[in-house]
Design a protein around this ligand. Structure first.
Ligand code: PLP
Length: 416
């Protein structure tokens, strides 16, 4: 990790991206140089690249418990989400025009559904509870005669909440509706067995599990009503045209295989760091809350909301100390607004604007967590002291006590 001032920087933003593991880089290098043939070419260099892609496909399908022909390599999580949703929706127009998803999906899902609305599709965005959990009964209640797809993420990228996928899958199966999950954040942490989960389509992205950027996976169960979204050559069995990213595909498969080879031990390490962070923050910083589910959360995600502080200000003070983190708020149209995920939790506004996401990784150490805690506590205190609201009398500490309003009912958007 690069230097910042005198101490080495601490990277705590593994939900945004991860560095490529050395073994992954080593596996990829020959496919840019000595074995750079086009996988569609018939001569030896092409056949070598083709074999490497075949092996990668088998490695990915082994982790998913899928068949190799059900794996499509894409350019990343965003393309996989687009191809899954558009591919099912456009193949189902004779049957219906209704999609069910949630209010806390990644923009790759939300904006794809919104895009489809201009062509006559309608979307129901199911609400979540204050921990970010989707209730399978809400999904069941949203189903209509016209529903052609249900898409619910496996684990949320901002707050780490893990959704009850298998239960939602039972709802979808019962009504014979294809079920897609964005599993980008779950990969490298949770079980990806597509049959245990009961999903028909699943999206992955290489750079979230120590693989390269710009390469992803779309799993499509055989027999699923789905059509390709990219036309051109016959690559990927006519389902995703374009010369394959051989090095990227080899890197993704190597990273996925390595992630699942020692998953339990890695998760113990991550959970230890995560819980050290959570206990340290909640124990030493007044007026803050854990966001996301207290137990049903990703092993590497510690996310918080701090009273009367702007998330962006926390990021800037941490950056000056060489600590790289993320916030669930973004500057939109000149004002700092909570992200759609934080907004969906129904937190009071003075809490919602002060969100901070710390996501630990394999290379982090307990000593780094202690340094982060030592820097974060005074940084938040200084920012809270600067806030005009800190002069107001302080109410009781907000918590899981019911101080949080019930999230609204599901809404339907789009044209009929
Ligand atoms: C990162 C991410 C994506 C997008 O993946 P890219 O490969 O960066 O396009 C989609 N969904 C979730 C939940 C993510 O965290």
């Amino acid at each position: 990790m690069r230097e910042s001032g005198t101490q080495p920087a601490i990277y705590l933003d593994h939900a945004a991206t991860t560095p490529v593991r050395p073994e992954v880089l080593a596996a990829m290098l020959p496919y840019w140089t000595d074995r750079a043939g086009n996988p569609s070419s018939v001569y030896q260099a092409g056949r070598e690249a083709r074999r490497a892609i075949d092996t990668a496909r088998e490695e990915v399908s082994a982790v998913l418990g899928a068949r190799p022909q059900e794996i499509i390599f894409t350019s990343g999580g965003t393309e996989s989400d687009n191809a899954a949703i558009k591919g099912v929706a456009l193949a189902s127009r004779a049957r219906g025009n209704h999609i069910i998803t949630t209010k806390i999906e990644h923009h790759a899902v939300l904006h794809t559904c919104e895009w489809l609305e201009q062509f006559g599709f309608e979307t129901t965005y199911v609400s979540v509870d204050r921990h970010g959990l989707v209730d399978p009964a809400d999904v069941a209640a949203a189903i209509t005669e016209k529903t052609v797809l249900i898409s619910v993420m496996y684990a949320n990228n901002e707050i780490g909440t893990i959704e009850p996928l298998a239960e939602i899958a039972r709802v979808a199966r019962g009504r014979k509706i294809p079920f897609h999950t964005d599993a980008v954040q779950a990969a490298g942490a949770l079980d990806l067995g597509v049959n245990r989960l009961g999903v028909d389509l699943l999206s992955l992205s290489g750079h979230k599990f120590y693989g390269p950027k710009g390469v992803g996976v779309l799993y499509v169960r055989s027999g699923t009503r789905w059509q390709p979204q990219q036309q051109g050559g016959a690559q990927e069995r006519n389902r995703r045209a374009g010369t394959e990213n051989t090095a990227g595909i080899v890197g993704l498969a190597t990273a996925l295989r390595l992630a699942y080879a020692d998953l339990p031990a890695a998760n113990v390490h991550l959970q230890g760091l995560r819980d050290r962070l959570i206990a340290g923050v909640l124990g030493s910083i007044p007026r803050c809350e854990l966001t996301g589910h207290p137990t049903q959360r990703l092993p590497n995600n510690a996310s918080f909301a701090f009273h009367h502080v702007e998330g962006e200000s926390i990021l800037l003070s941490l950056d000056m100390k060489g600590i790289f983190a993320s916030s669930g708020s973004a500057c939109t149209s000149g004002a700092l607004e909570p992200s759609h995920v934080i907004a969906a939790l129904g937190l009071p506004p003075e809490l919602a604007r002060g969100s901070l996401r710390l996501t630990v990784g394999r290379e982090n150490t307990p000593a780094e967590i202690d340094r982060v805690l030592a820097e974060l506590t005074p940084a938040i205190a200084a920012l809270q002291a600067m806030s005009p609201a800190s002069l107001e009398p302080q109410g009781p500490r907000l918590g899981a006590s019911g101080a949080v309003p019930e999230p609204g009912a599901a809404v339907v958007a789009g044209r009929s």
